[in-house]
Design a protein around this ligand. Structure first.
Ligand SMILES: [Zn+2]
Length: 311
């Protein structure tokens, strides 16, 4: 059975995310590490990082993810904006490594009308640069852990437990494909992955976004085709995580509008097909739904999705 997690708040102190996840029965989570509409690089002191690592180990809540700021745009024509985007992603990926999280999920941004081909090289070069700047442990050219932003864990424990993440992934999220937004189709994402050629570059499939951009993840036959196309263009081994959101808007509407599980156009039947698909059984499902009380992912949505798993 796939893990079902949710976007939770990490405000005040990062380790509080574990309590908040526990309250809604989430098996894993995604957090913001600084306000999502700003370029702020919040500094998280060493004791906060240690508290997070301790809670992660004790709770078993894992794998966890950082969601990037919404300002990132690797397709921008503005050099300063591009530099800010790259710098922020390096900051986030370093923190993901220190926190032993699986990686950083983010939206590539928009080509603003100039077309994918025109900005493709820039996107590929930027991603390559970020992954080179923040290497996984044991990768060629990786800095010794003494030079890592925060020194925390003991190497011996890492070697014993391969599940502990010291190979932070940069995870591109699929988009709803609205006006110039990058990531709206598997072919472009696949091309980016092939060109960057780094095993730590992965994909986050958002069920609402792909549905809106014309991938039918709702029906059994539709989902079969979607996963076949994903396999062909990107490779299922590169699917790191699923954002499980129902859709407030219709198929092919190209709009990014999340809905609670079962309340939207994908519906309970669609999510039952998704969560029981054998090819997705090892992929974490993370909810980014509005919540039944309007306060974001809640216990009700988590339980609903878990209840759709075939017994
Ligand atoms: Zn999403």
């Amino acid at each position: 059975m796939p893990k079902v997690g949710a976007h939770v708040s990490a405000s005040v102190s990062l380790e509080l995310a574990f309590q908040r996840a526990k309250q809604i029965n989430a098996d894993c989570f995604q957090i913001f590490i600084s306000p999502p509409q700003q370029w702020l690089k919040t500094r998280h002191p060493e004791d906060e990082v240690s508290a997070f690592l301790k809670a992660q180990k004790e709770s078993g809540i894992s794998p966890n993810f950082i969601h990037g700021t919404y300002l990132i745009n690797l397709g921008t024509q503005n050099k300063e904006h591009l530099k800010k985007s790259i710098d922020w992603l390096i900051y986030a990926l370093n923190l993901a490594k220190d926190l032993e999280m699986q990686g950083v999920i983010f939206h590539l941004g928009s080509h603003k009308g100039v077309g994918f081909e025109a900005i493709k090289e820039q996107v590929i070069k930027s991603l390559g640069l970020i992954l080179k700047e923040v290497r996984g442990d044991g990768e060629r050219g990786a800095p010794s852990s003494a030079r890592s932003a925060v020194r925390t864990s003991d190497g011996a424990a890492d070697r014993q437990d391969p599940k502990r993440f010291k190979q932070p992934q940069l995870i591109l999220e699929t988009s709803a494909g609205a006006g110039g937004n990058l990531g709206g189709n598997f072919r472009e994402l696949g091309e980016i992955l092939k060109q960057v050629d780094n095993p730590r570059l992965k994909i986050c499939l958002d069920t609402q976004h792909v549905f809106a951009s014309g991938y039918d993840v709702k029906s059994v036959l539709g989902l079969k085709d979607v996963l076949e196309e994903f396999e062909q263009e990107i490779g299922l081994e590169n699917l790191a995580v699923i954002h499980a959101n129902d859709s407030k808007v219709e198929y092919r509407s190209n709009r990014d509008r999340h809905e609670n599980i079962g309340e939207g156009f994908i519906g309970k039947e669609g999510f039952s097909n998704l969560i029981n698909h054998p090819k997705l059984k090892d992929i974490p499902f993370i909810l980014e739904v509005p919540g039944f009380a309007g306060n974001g992912p809640d216990l009700e949505n988590v339980q609903l999705l878990k209840s759709l798993v075939d017994k």
